[in-house]
Design a protein around this ligand. Structure first.
Ligand code: HPA
Length: 248
């Protein structure tokens, strides 16, 4: 079974034939909503909307620990997350879909580890490759089969939000090597790694990052939403193929 975390623009999965929903409780509190169980073309899937089904939970307030714990408790080992981002690199224009391979974490004050508390042994997970190479490969193959163009790789800069960045912050992110900027990539990826989940992200560029191109003076959120809405049809095509490739 495959887990899918939907981000902004994907509060539900139209192609999912829902069997039931389940409210989950975890040692870390409640996830963003009940888990939605169902099938896509006869393949079992669990879906969770990261920001809640009514899109009411901002990035800094998402209970990432509960979300991933709940998914893992449903007996799955593979998770695909969908996330909208701003494009920093010149070729990351609105509508581009990328499968990032690296992350830089600029978030703060979030609950970012399961290894806390004095009763837990000190544990350092390896995070050299933040995304599961197997799942990345699967998403690239799924995109190929769906005939959707995606960019292989890219550095995701995870910012705190909920505000968007200043132009100077984006310049700094670029100097650091970030190709795209989003608000939810961390601690989600690190927590998935701590749980041993095979996790990768489909990043959808919704807008030029602050200070760039059409966002030179402001980011037009209505435009970003329109871009996301159109791109989600393509993301669903990729997900359908990815679910088939992960079928069990
Ligand atoms: N910045 C941060 N997160 C985002 C952006 C952005 O420009 N666009 C979509 N998510």
């Amino acid at each position: 079974m495959l887990g899918i975390i939907g981000g902004t623009g994907m509060a539900k999965l139209a192609c999912l034939e829902i069997s039931h929903r389940q409210i989950m409780r975890t040692p870390y509190g409640e996830p963003s909503g009940p888990l939605t169980f169902g099938e896509i073309n006869d393949n079992k899937v669990v879906f969770l909307a990261r920001h809640g089904y009514g899109h009411t939970i901002p990035p800094h307030a998402v209970n990432y620990r509960a979300n991933l714990w709940a998914l893992q408790s449903s007996n799955l080992s593979r998770v695909i997350s969908v996330a909208s981002v701003g494009g920093i690199r010149a070729d990351f224009t609105p509508g581009v879909i990328a499968i990032p391979d690296q992350i830089i974490d600029y978030t703060h004050g979030r609950k970012y580890t399961y290894y806390e508390g004095i009763d837990r042994p000190v544990t350092h997970i390896d995070f050299t490759e933040p995304y599961c190479p197997i799942m990345r490969k699967c998403l690239l193959e799924a995109a190929k089969r769906a005939d959707e163009n995606v960019t292989d790789g890219g550095v995701y800069g995870a910012t705190q939000g909920p505000r968007l960045e200043t132009a100077a912050e984006i310049n700094r992110l670029e100097r650091d090597g970030a190709d795209m900027v989003g608000m939810t990539g961390m601690p989600e990826a690190a927590l998935a790694k701590e749980l041993g989940l095979c996790y990768a992200t489909i990043a959808v560029v919704a807008n030029h990052a602050a200070g760039r191109e059409t966002s030179a003076h402001a980011i037009r959120l209505e435009d970003a939403h329109a871009v996301l809405e159109a791109a989600m049809v393509r993301v669903r095509n990729i997900l359908e193929r990815a679910v088939e490739l992960n079928g069990d």
